[in-house]
Write a protein of this length. Structure first.
Length: 429
């Protein structure tokens, strides 16, 4: 792509903390600050060297409007630092990187802090429309007689809130929840339950190994809550995960024969991630050592009912632009919304008819071997804080390329609402 080179020079994230039926210890901004402080502390440049702060966040809480700005001020970046929040559902954390990449590539900025934060455990409970109307009537009531008349309309179900997260994970156009869209792909590409469970089991085993080997050190920074507890690692991982245990779980969305269960779907978690992007001039000025160069990015849209194919639709145009086959990409990070969804993407790329008819290729794109895909686990084992995941997979891809000696990698994800995002990285030399 034309323009100035753009480098990912560093990044850090919090451990991903599994939601357990109550608000977790951190809000989105809390999480952003927890990993942002150690990241900025270890930099050789002053904080005022950052031109801009961009943060992806989907479920913004009322006390943190424009969480990018709140986080920037709490991180000590100064009142003069511009900060804004992005929202494109699951792609929000990648969108922050992409926006920063384009600003620096075009020469308007030198160094940007781009991240993602989400506290799904803090997703609000909401009232049903009839209850809202009743409360509004109470507020308009004039005098005790009018108020008593309004009270007669109270129904017990007005006191039962609706879980906002369930509403947010249901597509308003198709009226399908995200799990049902994965079931559609499982049916279309013949993904069976055992194959999906096997993929999920491997995700847990890979993350457990990455933790034990110290491969996430420096990428994952500990978080400290107000009760004095230290959160050091992603706490949803199950190192002893096995097929027998996974097979006992019942389908969550299409009973009784569905393929998607709580065991082979991404976990509901809280977490934040930051990356620092810099121009070549900033790298030289501050003596920085880049992890990777951001080469290209792409966004795509498709039918919301098959939103899980977003990685296929967004990654393939990048590959075509750069003349890359599946084998030319050393590492892939595909966000694990659902095992069936990731496996459907792999199957689509191997389907010659699909690739010719939908992707305008001469034949199948090719096979992506599992030893090049999500090599340290993914959202099934560590969780999917919606606004954060796109940022995490780009950061981890950069670190994994450096660790393995790989040259080129693609990070990609499906996006609720029928979209996809992808980013091509090359290891810095």
């Amino acid at each position: 792509m034309t323009g100035f080179p753009v480098y990912l020079v560093d990044g850090a994230r919090t451990p991903f903390i599994k939601a357990r039926g109550a608000p977790g210890p951190f809000t989105p901004v809390d999480l952003s600050v927890q990993c942002g402080r150690p990241l900025l502390t270890r930099q050789p440049f002053p904080r005022e060297a950052l031109d801009l702060v961009i943060l992806g966040c989907v479920n913004v809480i009322a006390d943190e409007m424009n969480p990018a700005r709140v986080a920037a001020l709490r991180l000590g970046l100064g009142a003069q630092t511009v900060a804004f929040t992005t929202q494109i559902n699951c792609g929000s954390g990648m969108q922050s990187i992409d926006t920063a990449y384009r600003y620096i590539r075009d020469g308007s900025h030198d160094m940007i802090l781009a991240g993602g934060a989400e506290a799904l455990s803090h997703t609000p409970l909401v009232l049903r429309e009839e209850a809202v109307e009743w409360y509004a009537g109470m507020g308009r009531a004039k005098g005790p007689v009018d108020m008593a008349r309004q009270m007669t309309g109270l129904r017990p179900d007005f006191l039962k809130p609706v879980i906002g997260l369930e509403r947010g994970l249901t597509d308003p156009i198709t009226e399908l929840n995200m799990g049902q869209t994965a079931e559609i792909l499982a049916h279309r590409f013949g993904i069976d339950r055992t194959t999906a469970d096997t993929y999920a089991m491997e995700s847990h085993h890979r993350l457990a190994k990455a933790q034990s080997e110290g491969w996430l050190d420096g990428e994952v920074e500990p978080a400290f809550d107000d009760d004095g507890h230290t959160h050091e690692t992603d706490d949803g991982v199950r190192p002893d995960s096995d097929l027998a245990s996974l097979a006992k779980l019942k389908p969550a969305f299409e009973k009784p024969y569905g393929k998607v269960t709580p065991g082979n779907a991404s976990q509901i978690t809280d977490g934040a991630s930051w990356t620092i992007l810099a121009s070549e001039a900033a790298v030289e000025r501050h003596g920085l050592t880049p992890l990777a160069r951001i080469v290209d990015s792409e966004w795509a849209a498709l039918d919301p009912a098959i939103m899980g194919l977003g990685p296929v639709m967004s990654s393939t145009p990048i590959a075509k632009r750069h003349g890359l086959s599946a084998d030319d990409v050393d590492l892939w990070e595909i966000n694990e919304a659902f095992a069936a969804q990731v496996l459907a993407c792999l199957a689509a790329w191997e389907d010659a008819d699909f690739c010719r008819e939908i992707l305008d290729l001469d034949g199948a794109f090719g096979r992506i071997d599992r030893d090049r895909l999500n090599i340290d686990g993914g959202a099934i084992s560590l969780g999917h804080p919606v606004g954060t995941s796109g940022n995490r997979i780009v950061l981890h891809l950069a670190n994994a390329l450096r660790r393995t000696g790989g040259r080129r990698g693609i990070a990609t994800e499906c996006i609720g609402g029928g979209q996809g995002g992808a980013m091509l990285l090359e290891a810095a030399t």
